[in-house]
Design a protein. Structure first.
Length: 116
């Protein structure tokens, strides 16, 4: 591979069920020369990824979804992502679950979220 001048190695420990320790390793190859910049990019990516999926799971109970037929799971995932972005873009200092509840109870609030 031409242009690859550095590689980064990241690892962390997770506690597995039953108290047993497991080590998870991730290997990254990067053209970034400075290992610090590569590590920052990796952490930044996983921070965004984890926050997004955590919200989908906690706020929308996505892990409990039973949608399995055809494109149902993917379509519902897209709709949940759109809904989450609409809720997050609202400047009110209410939790996402609170905003969802308020939108389900008030048509005017729902219109405000949808900017209709």
């Amino acid at each position: 591979m031409s242009g690859v001048t550095s590689k980064a190695f990241a690892w962390w420990r997770d506690k597995a069920r039953g108290g047993a320790q497991s080590i998870t390793r991730r290997y990254y190859i990067s053209s970034l020369c400075e290992i610090g910049k590569a590590a920052e990019a990796i952490r930044g990516h996983w921070g965004v990824e984890n926050e997004f999926h955590w919200c989908l799971d906690v706020v929308f109970d996505e892990d409990k979804s039973r949608a399995r037929t055809r494109n149902a799971a993917k379509n519902l995932g897209i709709l949940r992502g759109v809904a989450m972005n609409l809720l997050k873009n609202n400047p009110e200092k209410t939790s996402l679950k609170g905003k969802m509840y308020q939108a389900s109870m008030s048509l005017s609030y729902l219109k405000k979220l949808l900017k209709i």
